[in-house]
Design a protein around this ligand. Structure first.
Ligand code: ES4
Ligand code: ZN
Length: 322
């Protein structure tokens, strides 16, 4: 069955990672930037593993230079989301790519993105909010600068702070200053953990960064006591099954732990991460979950209820989504 029009919330979406290849190619052409290493012969993003994925991601992102470029990107991303039934999305945005962590420049990017998001909301009804994200492999010093950008722009639209990037570098706790700074500014917190790192990375995220949600977190399944902790403390997982399958973490949807985590009482949600990179959409995620686990409307409504409860937006916005 097609779940394309089923109303959905999406909590884990990297804005540059949601850029359609066509959009990036068009922008590269306009700017005469060579992107041969980024695409394969069929025009899809070309990478073999996670480190290569991060390189291709950063290379593709190089064509996004101005606030206007991010405006065009945001429109393209929101149109794709809305076409897949998404009514509310939180997207990761990084001052590393938007203005090089300079606060004045960051404000300009943010203004441009918010402006177009409001325009698309009026047209299509989809609501977007931002989570400022630091990039782990850029190191803790840059993460501090990123957190300051986040703290200075925290409010109705920038609602969270997070960390992505290469999870095998350093430890979650090495970024505690940045997360403390963001928390003090009133931001809610999430970090990528338990995708490439094992259960211990998830424990560090909970204990050392005190996050509200975990990006991925799927490898908690390897530690039953940790699964119980996640369930008891109601720590929400932003699970991206198609991403995990595309990057080879699990053979296929049927082998993915999302159903086991859910059945153990963990609060799970579903997102696409970097949809064109992983050849997925929210519609496709739901179709594959139906195929693998027989999930239907009730199961999907429950996922979205969990996402609504875990959304970082203000209560009035949350109420409007009920
Ligand atoms: C990521 Cl920094 C970043 N960007 C996009 N996708 C990611 N997955 C993990 N880290
Ligand atoms: Zn991610």
């Amino acid at each position: 069955m097609s779940w394309k029009t089923f109303p959905k919330l999406e909590l884990h979406l990297h804005i540059e990672g949601a850029a359609p290849p066509k959009f990036i190619r068009g922008l590269a052409q306009e700017k005469s930037i060579n992107l041969d290493r980024v695409f394969d012969e069929r025009g899809a993003y070309a990478y073999r593993d996670f480190p290569e994925f991060l390189k291709v991601y950063e290379a593709a992102t190089q064509v996004l230079k101005t606030p206007r470029d991010y405006q065009r990107l945001t429109r393209a991303v929101l149109e794709n989301c809305a076409e897949n039934g998404v009514i509310y999305a939180e997207t990761f945005i990084s001052p590393d790519f938007c203005g090089g962590r300079d606060l004045g420049a960051w404000r300009e990017y943010l203004h441009a993105i918010q402006e177009i998001a409001a325009e698309v909301e009026a047209e299509l009804g989809i609501i977007l909010r931002g989570i400022v994200t630091c990039i782990r492999h850029f190191g803790p010093e840059k993460a501090k600068e990123t957190a300051i950008c986040a703290a200075e722009t925290a409010g109705d639209w920038i609602v969270g702070f997070g960390m992505g990037g290469d999870e095998t570098i350093l430890r979650q706790g090495d970024y505690a200053w940045a997360f403390d700074c963001a928390r003090e500014a009133g931001l809610r917190l999430t970090t990528h953990a338990g995708e490439w790192g094992g259960p211990d990375a998830i424990r560090q995220a909970i204990d050392d960064l005190r996050v509200d949600r975990i990006g991925h977190g799927v490898r908690a399944i390897e530690d039953p006591r940790l699964v119980d902790i996640l369930a008891e403390r109601e720590i929400v997982l932003e699970i991206c099954p198609g991403s995990n399958v595309a990057l080879g973490l699990y053979r296929n949807f049927a082998a993915h732990p999302i159903a086991r985590l859910r059945d153990a009482g963990v609060k799970v949600t579903v997102s696409t991460d970097d949809p064109p990179f992983f050849h997925t959409t929210m519609g496709r995620e739901y179709e594959e979950l139906e195929r693998a686990f027989g999930w239907g409307a009730e199961d999907f409504a429950a996922l979205n209820d969990t996402a609504l409860g875990a959304a970082f937006c203000d209560p009035a916005t949350r109420e409007s989504l009920k």
